[in-house]
Write a protein of this length. Structure first.
Length: 197
């Protein structure tokens, strides 16, 4: 009863053919579908941006995807337009079992991105997930999904900061790996006491 599975951003735009395709992104689906049966509580997240979101390169004159920009809360990687609210790209991949207890949508404020399922990228604006998990008595989290080095890692780091026990199942995650971001993310998670399985 005290364990939850957190399924991060298994959406069309992060799978092959999508706007921000993660290499092998769809390979996480089969293992995740199997794991769902082992957890009483399953939470899914969905990246959910308004058109013209500040994390899109297209919102910044002269910027290309994968460059960075300085926003009010710090340096932000700029992405191709992706996971626009109500678009096909924002839908869960059709092969994913979507029988979770809760779906958290994040990144819906134009001026601020949200990689983590717990806090937006300013590190202070909460999504409400912490309260949901605590009031359900959950202490241990298992994380899977996309992308290892962005939304999975940021969620895992925040979960540790909040005092949850956290493990990441790397076989059920895939990375974007931008300029060594995967290695950095793995080191950061390890340093915060995230377990890998
Ligand atoms: C993600 C980049 C932009 C992710 C979301 O799900 O890891 N990455 N938006
Ligand atoms: Zn996004």
């Amino acid at each position: 009863m005290s364990k939850a599975l957190l399924v991060i951003d298994v959406q069309n735009d992060f799978c092959p053919g999508g706007a921000l395709a993660v290499p092998g992104g769809d390979e996480v689906i089969a293992p995740i579908n199997e794991m769902m049966a082992d957890f009483e509580t399953v939470v899914l997240t969905q990246d959910w941006h308004p058109a013209g979101h500040s994390s899109f390169a297209s919102s910044h004159a002269g910027k290309q995807p994968f460059e960075t920009a300085e926003l009010d809360y710090g340096t932000q990687v700029l992405w191709p337009d992706h996971c626009v609210q109500n678009s096909d790209g924002a839908k869960f991949h059709p092969a994913l079992r979507v029988d979770g207890d809760l779906i958290i949508r994040k990144g819906f404020r134009t001026a601020i991105d949200s990689y983590s399922a717990f806090f937006e990228n300013d590190q202070v604006t909460p999504t409400g997930l912490e309260g949901y998990l605590r009031t359900r008595g959950i202490k241990e989290l298992t994380l899977v999904g996309l992308a290892t080095d962005f939304c999975v890692a940021f969620s895992a780091m925040d979960a540790r900061r909040l005092g949850f026990d956290v493990s990441v199942v790397l076989d059920a995650c895939r990375a974007i790996d931008l300029d060594g971001s995967l290695e950095t993310a793995l080191n950061n998670m390890r340093g915060r006491g995230v377990l890998f399985s």
